[in-house]
Write a new protein. Sequence first.
Length: 131
Amino acid sequence: MMDEKKLIEIASHARINSYSPYSKFRVGAALLTKSGKVFTGCNIENATYGATCCAERTAIYKAISEGEKEFEAIAVQGDNEGFTFPCGICRQVIAEFSPSIKVILSDKEKNIKVYPLSDLLPHAFYKEDLT
């Protein structure tokens, strides 16, 4: 497993590519797959806001489009002073593919917090719930 600090560093670097002219709030994500590959993402805003895609989903969609569907961890780094947590939509998308993933967060002081997804999204909706 990749070191949590290294994954946060990769997420922080991905944040640089953020397209956030409206909120001015840049977010980067780094997704570690079970095969050891890392996919990055940044938030990409749109004037309609509803068409905006968060950094976490960008990284996940990139991984899925490259054939990766099993994930170990996702690191998230935002521009704010505190920790940037994935939004509810991102939490549900993460749960679709990796209900036991580690979510790694860092603030500007490089303090790290790690959560299992189940702590951030209790009672998630899974495909089994459709039957």
